[in-house]
Design a protein. Structure first.
Lengths: 400, 343
């Protein structure tokens, strides 16, 4: 189907299903109940899941396939955001041209950086990309303020030209981003019993793009081009001895992943039309590395899972404060309750980064293949046990 | 001319910090072959050693002072540091005043222990793994260390002053025949510079003139052969890791009065120090030190108003720009050895 093998097609269907029904799946608890704070089915968070999913898929095409660890990918995301916001300022509030432009600009930018950085490999490549990203961040923060808005970030204003649209709405407000009239923030609320589900236009646009991006990633993974990238990862020297030049392939992978990052940046600006330099900082680049590794570098679905997990815990964990903890463990005797709360408190709320760091270290140490590998290991162990269960009665059957 | 000297001096203190961190990074890389992204966190831990010591020294208890009254007319309660009780007010105040230099004594054993624990507990298992894995796991460790510090010390910078003897500035220009106030330089930065020279000198002397250092250098050149000669090179490399951690920690301790420490200061320095290491040449100790001072001074020259008005933003990007140019023209860095990290 669609040029995919059966297994990949099934995976694509799963992703389509998950994104389509995400507003329902992510809201398993009735609104207003104790557990409602674990619901993730609100538009802002779902949009972030999907957008960072796209970002991580793109990063994985570079890191997962070629093994080149870039520590500067957030720069492309930032560039994408800036170009999208400029499109909103100059052309119109339609998100389509904004997203297209952000992909193109990020692609050109990554072509330039990739062309220079890919002259070196290994740690040198990481440092070069890091240096470029930090340079872009520093410049966006200071000298390029006319283009980037500097510290305050790039925002829409009432007197922007917007050639193909109105500078301001009839009521004198800044217009909101839309897709041919469908506003990105438009939502449809559906109440089923105690549950309430929000279907948001912006989320569904991003979700459709995620599915397309995921499909494209599968095709790249299964193509001869993807094979070539894997060859670079496993042994570049041998590849060049067979007469193949690795540079064009790595550069293409770099540019593709840069364009994915630009796409994510453009989408981010479409959901909330402002862009700031902090999106380009190297900690932001580190975050996408965390997502990809946590989910499983080099696997198809891993980066999306990793992005979803990190963003989920970032939002949900950081909301848990000591009061919430006391409510939870209220059933325990007083002394024990305080003890448990003090024990857990450093890991939630403001300290959720600590949990993230520990989980990340554990994954790198014990599961270099990420959560996907963990899942596969568990599945394999289950299968083996089943098989031995089946096999044992036959083996112990006495001869008659 | 006076401006010229002033900029060189201004570059020296930052350059010293870069050089010390880069020296530690290179020690670890040259001996163990591990890319340590947690080295900035070690720098930060050193800085917080100083904060801890100064807090410990000012631990105090309340004493009712009958001679004074507070605004309600009750006898006033005064905080009296325990040190006053133990050593008398004069000596106690002196100790508190000298908290930062004193914390060196505290920081060295603490940092060496932390280095041992890190190496034996975590890094040891990553020798055979790819460099990307080493980067990632130490990156994770850096996050964890940062968050632990943030939990205990809060997110705000904690100002910790230098001893009052080193407060104020030193008129360097008068010494070499310029006008009064032409070249003014804070005393503490001068102290920092000389301190870093001492530490760097000590590390080099240790490697050059002791048997232990000789074995370590031999191990850096050819680990396998040294191992075959029946020398437990792993143990020596672990000790080197401890020393590298101590060097980073000392750099942090003494940097506290220059820049109040907060939990993410390490990360800020780490990125720059990596650039320094790469510019100096991976695995070359003199290269790391030279590049550290060089980039510190370059940065200070790029921050002059003349440079900024001619090339806006140059002060922000100069280090990265230099790194990119060096990496593309001299891929091994200024003094890089052949065959290091070239696979």
């Amino acid at each position: 189907m669609l040029g995919l093998e059966k297994k990949d097609f099934r995976l694509l269907l799963v992703v389509i299903g998950l994104t389509l029904f995400a507003p329902i799946i992510l809201n398993p608890f009735p609104a207003g109940s104790e557990m409602a704070q674990f619901n993730a089915g609100y538009p802002d968070l779902m949009q972030r899941f999907v957008i960072f999913g796209i970002f991580a898929i793109g990063f994985n095409i570079l890191f997962g396939l070629t093994g080149y660890l870039s520590f500067g990918h957030a720069a492309f995301l930032g560039v994408g955001s800036y170009s999208a916001v400029w499109m909103f300022k100059l052309l119109s509030m339609n998100v389509l041209p904004a997203i297209i432009l952000s992909v193109i600009i990020a692609g050109l930018f990554s072509l330039l950086i990739g062309f220079i950085s890919l002259r070196r490999s290994g740690i040198y490549f990481s440092i070069l990309t890091l240096a470029f990203a930090q340079m872009s961040f520093a410049l966006a923060y200071s000298v390029l303020t006319p283009i980037t808005g500097g510290e305050t970030g790039l925002q829409l204003a009432l007197d922007d030209p917007r050639i193909l649209g109105a500078s301001q709405t009839a009521s004198g407000n800044i217009p909101v981003p839309s897709l041919f009239g469908l506003e990105m923030r438009a939502s449809y609320e559906m109440a089923v019993g105690a549950w309430s589900f929000t279907f948001n236009a912006g989320y569904y646009l991003a979700a459709v793009i995620l599915v397309l991006a995921f499909y494209l990633a599968i095709r790249i993974f299964r193509s001869p081009f993807g094979m070539m990238l894997r060859a670079i990862k496993s042994n570049q020297t041998r590849m060049s001895y067979t007469g193949l030049n690795a540079r064009p392939y790595t550069l293409a992978a770099f540019v593709i992943s840069g364009m994915y990052a630009g796409l994510a940046g453009g989408l981010m600006a479409s959901m909330d039309p402002l862009a700031g330099a902090e999106r380009m900082q190297w900690t932001a680049s580190g975050e996408v590395v965390l997502m990809t590794i946590l989910g499983g570098a080099g696997t198809l679905i891993g980066p999306v899972l990793g992005a979803g997990m990190i963003k989920y815990f970032e939002n949900i964990f950081s909301k848990i404060n000591s009061q919430v903890l006391h409510d939870w463990f209220g059933f325990l005797p007083d002394g024990l309750e305080d003890f448990v709360v003090t024990l857990i408190y450093p890991f939630v709320g403001k300290g959720w980064h600590l949990t993230l760091g520990i989980v990340f270290m554990l994954v790198v140490i014990f599961l270099p293949g990420g959560l996907v590998q963990g899942g596969q290991k568990i599945a394999a162990a289950m299968r083996r046990r089943k098989k031995t269960d089946d096999a044992n009665p036959g083996a112990t059957k006495p001869a008659e | 001319m006076d401006q010229f000297i002033l900029q060189i001096l201004n570059g020296l203190d930052k350059g010293s910090a870069y050089a010390l961190i880069a020296l530690g990074l290179t020690l670890i890389f040259g001996t163990l072959g591990v890319v340590n992204f947690a080295h900035g966190a070690l720098f930060m831990l050193g800085a917080f050693c100083a904060v801890t010591v100064s807090k410990l020294l000012t631990l105090s208890h309340k004493v009712v002072d009958d001679t004074r009254t507070d605004f309600l007319g009750n006898p006033m309660q005064v905080d009296v540091p325990y040190l006053h009780d133990w050593f008398g007010p004069a000596m106690g105040d002196k100790l508190i005043d000298w908290a930062v230099p004193l914390s060196i004594l505290f920081a060295i054993p603490v940092m060496i222990c932390i280095g041992f624990i890190m190496e034996r507990g975590l890094i040891k298992h990553f020798y055979k793994r790819p460099h990307a894995d080493q980067i990632l796991v130490t990156f994770g460790l850096a996050i964890v260390i940062q968050e632990v510090i943030k939990y205990y010390y809060g997110a705000n910078p904690i100002p910790t002053p230098a001893p009052s003897a080193f407060k104020g500035s030193f008129d360097f220009g008068v010494l070499i025949g310029f006008d009064v106030n032409a070249i003014i330089y804070p005393y503490w930065r001068l102290v920092y510079f000389f301190f870093s020279l001492v530490v760097i000198g000590a590390v080099f002397a240790f490697l050059q003139f002791t048997t232990f250092g000789m074995v370590v250098r031999a191990g850096m050149a050819d680990r396998e052969t040294v191992g075959l000669l029946g020398i437990d090179i792993d143990k020596r490399f672990t000790i080197m890791f401890g020393i590298a951690a101590a060097v980073a920690g000392l750099a942090g301790v003494m940097y506290v009065p220059i820049n109040p420490p907060n939990y993410h200061m390490g990360m800020d320095f780490l990125v720059l120090s990596f650039v320094v290491v790469v510019v100096g040449g991976m695995g070359s100790l003199p290269g790391a030190v030279a590049a550290g001072f060089l980039l510190g001074i370059l940065e200070s020259f790029a921050s002059t108003s003349w440079a900024v008005s001619n090339l806006p933003g140059i002060n922000q990007v100069i280090i990265y720009l230099v790194a990119i140019i060096i990496l593309l023209t001299r891929p091994r860095g200024l003094m890089g050895r052949k065959g290091v990290m070239e696979e």
